[in-house]
Ligand binder design. Sequence first.
Ligand SMILES: *[C@@H]1O[C@H](CO)[C@@H](O)[C@H](O)[C@H]1NC(C)=O
Ligand SMILES: *[C@@H]1O[C@H](CO)[C@@H](O)[C@H](O)[C@H]1NC(C)=O
Ligand SMILES: *[C@@H]1O[C@H](CO)[C@@H](O)[C@H](O)[C@H]1NC(C)=O
Ligand SMILES: *[C@@H]1O[C@H](CO)[C@@H](O)[C@H](O)[C@H]1NC(C)=O
Length: 183
Amino acid sequence: MAVSSKILVISMAILVAVCSTEALDPNVTRIQFYMHDIVSGPNPTAIQVAGRQTNYAGTDPIAAMFGSVFMMDNPLTVTPELNSTLIGRAQGIYAMSAQQNEFSLLMTLTFGMTGGQYNGSSFSVVGRNPIMNEVREMPVVGGTGIFRLVRGYCLARTFSFRNMDAVIGYNVTLIHDLYDYSR
Ligand SMILES: *[C@@H]1O[C@H](CO)[C@@H](O)[C@H](O)[C@H]1NC(C)=O
Ligand SMILES: *[C@@H]1O[C@H](CO)[C@@H](O)[C@H](O)[C@H]1NC(C)=O
Ligand SMILES: *[C@@H]1O[C@H](CO)[C@@H](O)[C@H](O)[C@H]1NC(C)=O
Ligand SMILES: *[C@@H]1O[C@H](CO)[C@@H](O)[C@H](O)[C@H]1NC(C)=O
């Protein structure tokens, strides 16, 4: 075997080792899913519950939307298609929290898992979501079940946006606190 291919094999082995160590780290959970925010049509999953009407005849659209509050119960699926496997629901409130320059939301929601390996567990997010940015980072402040005492972060990226309906990809990294305070 040529020296260069030996080096390749060794570096491949190291790469595999690094990847599997990360996959086996019991203190870290990574979850990927898609959230469907459906506001149009006869069966919306998010509805405006307070604030100005979205057709408010104000000056600019950002100022006009400021203060609008929405309640959501959005399905979470494994691929961007709504008919793919359902693994949970994002339930909570988002509100238009920026008055100038950008559309930004205050997110206060709980991701409750209803299928897959995390069924029955949940984690909660509070953060700022400047929706026009390609990637938005939001803090995970805690959880229940398997996710009790976790902290972490989500990266959210808009996958599609049509008729005000959005499909958002979420990559979530959760760090577990392995000390069981409930004993
Ligand atoms: C997981 O966390 C525990 C407790 O903090 C720590 O002792 C252990 O080294 C961590 N494991 C890994 C693989 O980092
Ligand atoms: C899911 O919906 C897509 C269109 O969005 C369709 O092409 C596909 O056949 C559907 N799959 C199932 C299993 O219904
Ligand atoms: C999730 O857990 C609930 C309660 O234990 C159970 O009834 C349900 O069948 C589970 N769902 C899936 C998809 O495993
Ligand atoms: C999530 O991770 C996948 C695979 O690494 C990547 O393709 C995708 O762009 C990431 N999404 C976000 C929102 O960061």
